[in-house]
Design a protein around this ligand. Structure first.
Ligand code: IVH
Length: 716
C-alpha cells in the first residue's frame, strides 16, 4: 500500500526539471550509500530487496537522463554496490549446515568414540574421509538435467544469494555435468577460494587503483563473488573444490570418497590431499601431516575435516541441532599475537550478567584486526578458572599489561597469557564494580552454581528495572532469529529507548499509531522511506512462529534450540503459556511434563518458572500478545507415521540401536522422546535391565513394548 502511494506521489523521471532531478539524485545517492553500507558491511539491511531495486532503478533513470550528474563516486560506479539491484535470495532445498569443531586430539578420540557408541557396530570398522578444510566460501551448485541452473552462497544456511552468473565464470565449475546416468537433480557443494598468489596480485592491483585492500584470500574471494558484473568476477581467479552434496534425486555412490571421485568424473576439481583413513591414529597423523604442509599450499586452510565414509552410516548418525554427528572439523591451533591492554569496560548483558571486556591496542591476528577481548569474569582477571583452578600460572591481568591473545576460527578472541616482564610500573589492578554501571546503581551479586556455591559470573539484580537489561532484551527481541524487525537496527532502537518511546516489546507494535505525535520521520537520517519500511516490517511481524516468539521472550537458558524444543513440545502458544503459568506456581505435574520433553531439564524449567513467576514479565508478555494477530503453532515433525504425536520413553539396554539413535528415529517420525514416564507417556520401550521406568509404566498403565515390537510398529 505504502509503496504504491509513494510510486504515485513521485513524478515520472522524464517530467523532472533539471533542478528537481539534481535534488533527487543527491538524496538518492545518500540513501543508496546508507543502504549499501547496511547491506554489504553491516549485513543488516533496512529495506527489502524490491524496495532497494526500485530506488536503484529510479536513480539509474535519473543518471541516464542527466549523464552530467554521474561522478566517479556515484553509487552507480562502485564495485560491491549493485548497479542493477542486488542478488536474488535462494532457499536451499536442504539446509547448508556447519561442522562442529575439534581442537585437541582428545576431541577427535571423543568424536570417533561417540560414533562407535551410536552405531553400535560389532565387527565393522569405521572408515573416514579426511579432507583439508578450505578457508573460503561454501557454495551450492544445483544441476537439473545435468545443466547448472543455480549457484547459491550459504547465507544463513537456509537461504543464500543467487550468484549463478558469477559462478558461471569459474573454470572449475562445469556448466554441464560430464558422464552418463547423471541424476536429474544434483546439488554439488564445495568451497570457492582464491589462491594466495592471486590474492597478493589482486591486492597489488587494488592498491594501484586506490581500491579496497582485502584482509585475506577469503575476503577477496567473497568480494570477487559478490560483484554485480560477472565480468569483474571473471577477471578474478577463483577456484572451486567439490566435497559435499545437497539434494540428489539419486545417489551415484555410497561413500563420501566415492562421491568425491564421482565429482571428478563429472568435471569438478576435488582436493588432492583427501585421504581415506581407517583409525583415529590415522586421522591424527593426517592432521599433523597437513599442518606441516599448510604453509606451502597455495590456498588457505584452517584445519582438516573428518567424515564417516559410508553414507548409510552418515544417514543413521544424522544431525544434532545444526551440526552432523558424522563429521567434525579438526582445527589447527589458534593464531596468537601480543598487544597492550588499554582498559577494561563492563558490558551488561540481556540477563544482567556482567562481562568485563578488554580494550586492546588494535592488533592483527590471522587476518583480522582485534580490538576487544572478553575477560569473562572477575576471577578470570585474577587468574582463577571456573572450577577454582589456577590460570596463567596465577598471573592476573592489569590495565597496561602486555597480553597474548589468541583467535581460533570464529571463536571470540581470548587472552591466553600476560607477559609479566613487560608489566609497566603504573599497571593498574582492576576493581570489579560492586554496583551496576546503570543509573540505578543496583547491587551486583555473584551467581550461584548448580551446587549452590558462589559462581564466577556477576549479575545486576535490577532485572527489567535495569536499563541495560531492558535494551539488551529489546535488541534480542528485534534480532534476526527472533522477531526479525527490518529497519530497527541497534542505533534506532537505542534512540527510541533513550527517548522513552520503546521500553518494552509491545511498544514497538504501537509505534505506528503513536507516530502522529512521535514523528519518527523527523529524526535525522531516518526519513519517510525508513519509517514507512519500518512500519511495514512491524505489520509483517504481527504473525509470528511460536518458536521465534518463545525465543524472543528472552528467558535465561532459552536459546533458539530450547525454544524450538518447547514450541514443538507444546504445539501452541496457549498450551505453552498455560504450562508456564502452572510451572511458575510450582505445579508438580506440569513440571514433570515439561521435564519429560526432550532437551528440557531443570535449568530451563527453573528459568521458565522465574520468568513467569514475575508479575512484571507476565505484564510484558500480556501486552505483547495483545498486539499480535497470530502466534503460529509449531510444526510437528512428521504426522503420518504410526507413532506421530505419541510420547515414548526408552529404557534398559537396547540391542539393535543405541538410546540416542532410537530417540532420534522416534523424533524423526514425529514422536516425542521423553526422559521420564508420566501418565501422558504412550509407550515405554524396555530392553533388558529396565528398572524404575518400567515400574512407573506399570503404575500409570502405559503400554510397554520390546525393542522388536517398537521396530515393527515404526515399520523398520
Ligand atoms: S563438509 C554439514 N568439507 O567448513 C557441513 N566443509 O563448518 C558439511 N569447509 O560451511 C560441510 N572445507 O564452508 C566440508 N572439506 C570440507 C570443507 C568444508 C571447508 C567449510 C564449509 C562449511 C564449513 C563447516
Amino acid at each position: 500500500m505504502a509503496k504504491a502511494a509513494k510510486a504515485k506521489a513521485l513524478p515520472d523521471v522524464e517530467k523532472l526539471t533539471k533542478a528537481q532531478a539534481k535534488v533527487e539524485h543527491t538524496r538518492l545517492t545518500l540513501e543508496l550509500e546508507g543502504h549499501d553500507k547496511r547491506y554489504y558491511q553491516d549485513d543488516a539491511p533496512s529495506v527489502t530487496d524490491a524496495e532497494y531495486d526500485a530506488l536503484r532503478q529510479r536513480f539509474n533513470a535519473i543518471e541516464k537522463r542527466f549523464p552530467e550528474f554521474v561522478s566517479s563516486d556515484s553509487p552507480s560506479q562502485k564495485v560491491g554496490a549493485a548497479p542493477s539491484g542486488r542478488f536474488k535470495k535462494v532457499r536451499h532445498s536442504l539446509p547448508m549446515l556447519s561442522l562442529d569443531n575439534a581442537f585437541a586430539e582428545q576431541d577427535v578420540i571423543d568424536f570417533v568414540g561417540r560414533i562407535e557408541r551410536f552405531l553400535k557396530l560389532s565387527d565393522d570398522k569405521i572408515d573416514f574421509s579426511a579432507e583439508p578444510k578450505i578457508d573460503g566460501l561454501s557454495m551450492s551448485l544445483r544441476y537439473e538435467g545435468g545443466e547448472l541452473v543455480t549457484a547459491a552462497t550459504r547465507g544463513d544456511g537456509a537461504e543464500g544469494e543467487d550468484v549463478t552468473a558469477n559462478i558461471r565464470t569459474l573454470e572449475d565449475v562445469p556448466q554441464k555435468l560430464k558422464g552418463r546416468n547423471i541424476p536429474d537433480i544434483c546439488e554439488v557443494r564445495g568451497e570457492v577460494y582464491m589462491t594466495k598468489k592471486a590474492f597478493l596480485a589482486l591486492n597489488e592491483r587494488q592498491k594501484a587503483a586506490g581500491d579496497t585492500i582485502f584482509a585475506n584470500p577469503r575476503n577477496s574471494a567473497a568480494g570477487s563473488l559478490r560483484q554485480k558484473d560477472p565480468g569483474i568476477t571473471a577477471s578474478r581467479p577463483l577456484g572451486f573444490f567439490a566435497y559435499a552434496w545437497g539434494e540428489m534425486s539419486a545417489m551415484p555412490e555410497n561413500t563420501q570418497t566415492g562421491m568425491i571421485h564421482w565429482f571428478e568424473r563429472c568435471g569438478f576439481k576435488t582436493n588432492p590431499l583427501t585421504k581415506l583413513c581407517h583409525s583415529v591414529d590415522q586421522l591424527i597423523a593426517f592432521h599433523r601431516k597437513i599442518e606441516e604442509q599448510r604453509a606451502e599450499l597455495d590456498y588457505d586452510i584452517d584445519g582438516v575435516v573428518y567424515k564417516v565414509d559410508r553414507i548409510d552410516w552418515q544417514e543413521r548418525l544424522g544431525f544434532v541441532s545444526r551440526t552432523p554427528r558424522w563429521g567434525v572439523a579438526h582445527k589447527f591451533p589458534a593464531e596468537r599475537a601480543m598487544t597492550v591492554l588499554r582498559d577494561i569496560e563492563i558490558q551488561v548483558g540481556r540477563t544482567g550478567s556482567f562481562t568485563p571486556v578488554g580494550k586492546l591496542e588494535p592488533v592483527g591476528v590471522g587476518g583480522v584486526i582485534v580490538q576487544n577481548v572478553t575477560l569473562h569474569n572477575e576471577d578470570y582477571i585474577k587468574g582463577i578458572g571456573n572450577k577454582g583452578e589456577v590460570l596463567r600460572e596465577g598471573r592476573d591481568i592489569r590495565i597496561g599489561d602486555t597480553v597474548v591473545i589468541q583467535r581460533a576460527g570464529d571463536v571470540i578472541p581470548q587472552v591466553v597469557d600476560v607477559v609479566i616482564d613487560k608489566r609497566p610500573k603504573g599497571a593498574k589492578e582492576f576493581h570489579f564494580p560492586k554496583k551496576c554501571p546503570c543509573p540505578l546503581h543496583t547491587d551486583v551479586v555473584r551467581e550461584e552454581t548448580a551446587a549452590g556455591e558462589e559462581g564466577s559470573r556477576a549479575r545486576c539484580t535490577g532485572e527489567f528495572a535495569c536499563p541495560f537489561q531492558k535494551i539488551e532484551h529489546l535488541k534480542l527481541f528485534v534480532s534476526r532469529r527472533a522477531f526479525d524487525i527490518d529497519g530497527l537496527g541497534e542505533k534506532q532502537l537505542q534512540h527510541f529507548f533513550d527517548e522513552g518511546w520503546v521500553t518494552e516489546p509491545a511498544d514497538i507494535f504501537t509505534l505506528p499509531k503513536r507516530n502522529a505525535k512521535l514523528k519518527l520521520e523527523e529524526i535525522e537520517g531516518y526519513g519517510e522511506t525508513s519509517v514507512r519500511n519500518l512500519f511495514a516490517a512491524i505489520e509483517n511481524r504481527r504473525r509470528i512462529a511460536l518458536e521465534r516468539f518463545i525465543y524472543a521472550l528472552g528467558m535465561r537458558h532459552v536459546g533458539e534450540t530450547t525454544a524450538l524444543a518447547l514450541a514443538r513440545g507444546y504445539g501452541s502458544w496457549k498450551a505453552f503459556h498455560d504450562a508456564c503459568l502452572m510451572v511458575a506456581k510450582g505445579d508438580e505435574e506440569t513440571i514433570a511434563e515439561m521435564d519429560a520433553l526432550d532437551q528440557i531439564g531443570d535449568t530451563v524449567i527453573k528459568s521458565v518458572a522465574a520468568y513467569f513467576g514475575e508479575n512484571h514479565n507476565r505484564g510484558i508478555v500480556e501486552r505483547l500478545t495483545k498486539e499480535l494477530e497470530e502466534i503460529i503453532d509449531a510444526e510437528k515433525p512428521k504426522s503420518n507415521s504410526a507413532v506421530a504425536g505419541k510420547t515414548v520413553v526408552f529404557t534398559g539396554s537396547l540391542e539393535k540401536m543405541t538410546r540416542d539413535e532410537a530417540k532420534a528415529t522416534a523424533e524423526r517420525l514425529g514422536a516425542k522422546a521423553a526422559g521420564s514416564v508420566s501418565k501422558k507417556t504412550d509407550y515405554v520401550v524396555a530392553g533388558p535391565g529396565a528398572g524404575s521406568k518400567l515400574a512407573e509404566a506399570k503404575k500409570h498403565g502405559v503400554q510397554v513394548l520390546t525393542e522388536d515390537e517398537w521396530l515393527k510398529l515404526i515399520g523398520e
